[in-house]
Ligand binder design. Structure first.
Ligand code: PDD
Length: 278
């Protein structure tokens, strides 16, 4: 009778962890809170309790692989199956899966994508567990031997079925601005920070499908896929059909951020512990 199962009534998060250090921990916990607020579920745990749960799950991994922690909070179980609900105790579910290593040399040829019309609802900024449209796009991509489906709403490129989209044109990096039409990706935010720290030009503005197809570079970003170059869309080459120079720079910078997170994780953990009551 769980409403997560019956209605997809819940929100989720995916935390990437490297050698048992959670990358972007604070940002993921904040986005979880935003999602819970958006659908009126009271957060069942404090920040430090979430951290303890994630660390407990990580402690079961004895071979020290990099893990993506999937965490779901549903509205809980009810007595009847009806659309409305009373005051329920949220259900918490966590699992972990190993993250594929994204080795630079293996990515130089890039990946392919398909493009599709974005027919999703207008609250894509909430990381809801009801992902019917997203999974249909992802499956279509898979059946076309593609890495991702890139979505366009009214001609504007929004995001991928489970990733954010970036393009590069004339050494400027573009990505859709935060809005109800995209998920505010944590990797997206880290990539923007990396680019700004490198004094690269970044514009959070919308761009259309023509701009996508004629871009110098296209990337997709997510917590589990990091930053992947997309070099073929709908069987058409993007530029030369190889990963571009800015992707290479941002890839390196992202790896540096992961390593910096590892050496800082003790400090971050202390900071979170001290602010956990907020
Ligand atoms: N998906 N947009 C959508 C629709 C997504 O589902 C995701 C991530 C992203 C990227 O967000 P982030 O950088 O915070 O991972 C953008 C996760 C990985 C998933 O559903 O498994």
């Amino acid at each position: 009778m769980d409403r997560g199962f019956l209605f997809g009534d819940g929100v989720y998060e995916v935390f990437p962890t490297y050698n048992k250090n959670i990358f972007g921990l604070d940002s993921h916990l904040n986005r979880l809170q935003d999602g819970l607020d958006a659908i009126n579920i009271k957060n069942p745990h404090s920040k430090s309790e979430w951290i303890n749960l994630i660390n407990k799950l990580l402690s079961f991994d004895t071979v020290n692989t990099n893990q993506a922690i999937y965490l779901q909070v549903s509205r809980g179980c009810d007595k009847d199956r009806k659309h409305t609900h009373g005051d329920l105790k949220p259900t918490v579910y966590l699992q972990s899966t190993s993250i594929l290593p994204r080795i630079k040399d293996n990515l130089l040829k890039g990946k392919s994508a398909i493009s599709r019309d974005d027919i999703r609802w207008s609250q894509c900024n909430t990381k809801a567990t009801s992902l019917l449209a997203n999974i249909m796009y992802a499956q279509e991509a898979k059946e076309n031997n593609a890495e991702e489906a890139i979505l366009c709403r009214d001609g504007i490129v929004t995001e991928g079925s489970s990733s954010n989209v970036f393009i590069v044109k004339n050494n400027c990096i573009f990505t859709h601005p935060k809005s109800p039409n995209i998920l505010p990706g944590i990797t997206r935010e880290i990539v923007i920070d990396c680019a700004k720290n490198l004094n690269l030009k970044v514009k959070e503005v919308t761009f259309n499908k023509n701009a996508l197809m004629s871009a110098d570079e296209v990337w997709i970003t997510s917590s589990t896929r990091e930053i992947l170059p997309i070099t073929l869309i709908d069987n058409l080459k993007i530029n030369t059909g190889n990963a571009g120079p800015l992707w290479s720079i941002i890839y390196d910078s992202y790896q540096d951020s992961k390593n910096a997170n590892r050496s800082n994780s003790g400090r971050v953990f202390e900071k979170i512990k001290s602010t956990a009551k907020n």
